[in-house]
Design a protein around this ligand. Structure first.
Ligand SMILES: Cc1cc2nc3c(=O)[nH]c(=O)nc-3n(C[C@H](O)[C@H](O)[C@H](O)COP(=O)(O)OP(=O)(O)OC[C@H]3O[C@@H](n4cnc5c(N)ncnc54)[C@H](O)[C@@H]3O)c2cc1C
Length: 722
């Protein structure tokens, strides 16, 4: 942009102040054959003009269009190989022990957990050491330091910034700069031309930026895809991983397009506002100094002048399409601003789809390069849309009831998929064994309530699956009928409408569900992440408890079915903050019901194994009214509970220990106390909370105090923002 501005000003200055200089006959080399500033005035016919000696001309150069995607692919492949096969790098993670019965962790348990709660002590004493595989890995100091700083987050102006993201952005900017300025360092014909004339320099930069923008736009489209098998194969299986980069690449491409557009507009403004009309012959004699086309001259060979701004913008298909693209991108950019997205999500979606389709059509008309790049990504995008459309299934509603103020419980039946096309992944080992959890903990699905399939495709909403129950004992898992439970908090239009329809069966909407998505969707070793750690800490704020409900359910089930512990989890800490105390009861009831079902199931086992073998510590914080956050049963439990302070109370119930607090949690001291309790143990930390809390907890867990040679806190972040 600066170059364009500079060029316009330097050029206009020359227009008015410096009369034409004609290449002198003494000019011998191409670089001096043309003046260093653009020549605009007429040529004196009395001057003898020698035939120009092979002028240096700007040539079409598409090396950026080829080189940038190739280098991008190489860099991504290296990153992918490293991430995929990092377990083979001894420097990163060293397996410390892989044992079977008795495991060091379980044999430790009676002595090791000296400070644990009463209930869990009893539990450990009752239980025989579980038979399990422990794969405690010791992470190298270098890895821990790199992880700490790479994922370090800080807040600024209500935004969260991650150091690693900015390092990557810096590298990406470097890559862009390299491709833009490449000819100036390594030299080519165009660089030589640029040396002779500032116009060529600006054109060179503008064209290279435009080529980068074309590739970036293709990447943007690719990164918006949710369910592509191709993407999963290359490790892009999660929207929360791809969507932030979708935004960054969009910013890069918008910058490129606007730069290129500004350059073209200023160039043509300059061209059409010459002091005097230029004759075609003069222009030809001046070489291609101002990139003047034959089309710019009228039939008598005079340069078209007195052009208005309107002509400038739309005078030929390239300007027209270019101008339209810039306008569409502007609409797209404004429509996706957080303020619009938060307030009018429908406007965001509508502007996104319409502007995107317009950019595609205009782009293909504008330049063939768009066709090459878009055909591939649009193919992937369309396949994704079709896959989503096909995978959407009507799920009959079983329950739709208000369970707390502004919270609805939705239960739907998920019929077995019609064909094997369903989930594009094999069920993980544990889901195959238990049958109770064919969907994976922590996943979410797009739900829609409009009743029309096409409308549903555009207006579906993501909700975490809180629980999956098997409805029948079918011979194969794929033919199993399941009931999914969602807890939905009223937020905007759709959820409000759903809330209003709850409790009156006649009003219940048709619900359609898409394929399960999320961290667990494709990556089996993450699926079981929570079950592989002796200690699990789940941090939730408000409705953020929903993904952890399914994790809890999964852990309870995994423990109850085999009894002897298919998980290594011994201690579960749930830190949950709610504004309204009324919200607690339905969730706690659900968990307690899960636990009692699990115990019953196991008790009826031949083995007579006990149910949930771990201890759950609930740390519940109520920031708003507390009047009714405990039901009668809980209050009677409270009567025998210890009062820990004016704002805190606690009670025990089987393997659960509940602590109720008034006010906000101090995450630092809370996590510190958990760390001290389970020193030297690996911990899985799941966070689904507001950005501020997620930042505090994440940074703390990755700090040297928490994650070191003997203990490792693995952090998983769930965000309700895609
Ligand atoms: C992965 C994930 C899991 C979620 N799980 C739950 C849950 O278990 N329970 C719950 O109550 N809420 C959950 N949410 C939030 C929930 O999606 C929104 O509250 C809901 O969509 C609001 O819809 P609305 O019509 O009421 O409001 P709208 O005004 O339509 O939207 C309000 C906000 O919801 C979000 N949103 C809406 N539609 C989409 C979409 N298609 N894709 C991405 N974001 C969208 C946007 O941030 C938007 O600004 C989850 C969100 C995500 C991203």
């Amino acid at each position: 942009m600066w170059y364009s501005v500079q060029w316009v000003f330097s050029s206009s200055y020359t227009d008015t102040m410096a009369p034409a200089t004609v290449p002198s006959s003494s000019s011998s080399t191409p670089s001096t054959a043309l003046p260093s500033t653009p020549i605009t005035a007429t040529v004196d016919p009395n001057d003898t003009i020698p035939p120009p000696s092979k002028p240096v001309r700007y040539e079409r150069d598409y090396t950026t269009l080829v080189g940038y995607p190739i280098s991008f692919l190489i860099i991504y492949s290296i990153y992918f190989i490293f991430i995929r096969y990092r377990r083979f790098f001894p420097d990163v993670a060293i397996p410390v022990a892989t044992t079977t019965t008795p495991s060091p962790m379980s044999s430790n348990s009676s002595n090791g957990y000296t400070q644990q709660e009463e209930g869990s002590k009893q539990l450990d004493q009752q239980q025989p050491p579980p038979s399990m595989d422990i794969n405690k890995r010791q992470h190298s100091t270098i890895y821990l330091i790199l992880r700490r700083w790479w994922h370090y987050e800080f807040r600024c102006f209500d935004n969260t910034f991650r150091l690693g993201t900015y390092m990557t952005l810096l590298a990406l900017s470097g890559l862009h700069s390299l491709f833009i300025f490449w000819p100036f360092f390594w030299g080519n014909n165009n660089a030589a031309a640029a040396d002779t004339n500032p116009f060529f320099r600006h054109q060179l930069i503008s064209n290279r930026i435009a080529q980068l923008a074309v590739v970036d736009m293709a990447v943007v489209v690719g990164l918006s895809v949710h369910t592509s098998i191709l993407w999963r194969l290359i490790g892009l299986h999660n929207s929360s991983m791809t969507l932030p980069w979708h935004r960054w690449f969009a910013r890069f491409s918008v910058f490129g397009v606007v730069y290129h557009g500004c350059f073209q507009w200023t160039k043509h403004y300059y061209r059409h506002h010459l002091a005097e009309p230029l004759h075609q012959l003069d222009a030809l004699l001046l070489g291609n100094a101002k990139d003047i086309d034959v089309a710019d001259f009228d039939q008598s060979g005079m340069l078209l002048s007195s052009v208005t701004w309107w002509d400038l913008l739309v005078s030929n298909p390239r300007y027209l399409t270019g101008t339209c693209m810039v306008l569409c991108l502007l609409v797209l950019f404004l429509g996706s601003h957080p303020l619009v997205r938060e307030k009018w999500y429908g406007v965001f979606r509508a502007t996104h789809v319409v502007s995107f389709l317009s950019v595609v059509v205009m782009g293909m008309w504008h330049h063939w390069a768009f066709v090459v790049f878009y055909v591939a990504v649009i193919g992937v995008w369309l396949v994704d849309i079709i896959a989503r459309w096909r995978s959407m299934r009507v799920a009959p509603v079983v329950t739709l009831e208000v369970v707390a103020d502004q919270v609805i419980k939705l239960q739907v039946v998920l019929e077995p998929p019609r064909r094997s096309s369903c989930r594009c992944r094999q069920p993980s080992q544990h889901s195959r064994q238990t049958r109770e959890l064919p969907l994976l903990p922590g996943q979410y699905v797009f739900c829609s309530f409009s009743g029309t399939k096409w409308k549903d495709l555009l207006w579906s909403h993501p909700f975490s699956i809180s629980r999956v129950d098997s409805l029948e004992n079918s011979p194969t898992e794929s033919s199993e009928k399941r009931m999914l439970t969602f807890f939905i908090k009223v937020y905007g239009k759709q959820t409000k409408a759903l809330y209003n329809k709850a409790n009156i069966k006649e009003n219940w909407p048709t619900v359609r569900l898409g394929s399960p998505l999320g961290h667990a969707a494709n990556n089996c070793h993450w699926t079981d992440i929570y079950g592989l750690y002796p200690v699990v800490v789940l941090v939730a704020e408000g409705i953020g408890i929903t993904p952890w409900m399914s994790v809890l359910h999964s852990l309870i089930m995994m423990n109850s079915i085999n009894g002897n512990g298919r998980t290594t989890v011994k201690h579960l800490n749930i830190i949950w903050t709610v504004r309204d105390g009324n919200m607690i009861k339905p969730f706690i009831n659900d968990i307690e019901e899960m636990m009692s079902t699990a115990t019953t199931a196991t008790n009826s086992n031949e083995n007579g194994d006990n149910g949930s073998a771990f201890h759950i510590d609930w740390h519940i914080y109520v920031t708003g009214s507390t009047a009714s956050h405990l039901d009668e049963e809980q209050q009677s439990g409270m009567a025998s509970s210890t009062t820990m302070g004016s704002n805190t109370s606690q009670r025990h119930d089987r393997n659960c220990h509940y602590q109720y607090h008034q006010g906000r949690p101090n995450y630092t001291s809370l996590l510190e106390s958990i760390r001290l309790k389970h020193d030297d143990k690996d911990v899985a930390l799941g966070i689904c909370a507001h950005e501020e809390s997620a930042t505090v907890c994440g940074n703390l867990a990755r700090s040297a105090r928490f994650s070191h040679a003997n203990a490792y806190w693995n952090v998983r972040l769930e965000r309700f923002d895609l």
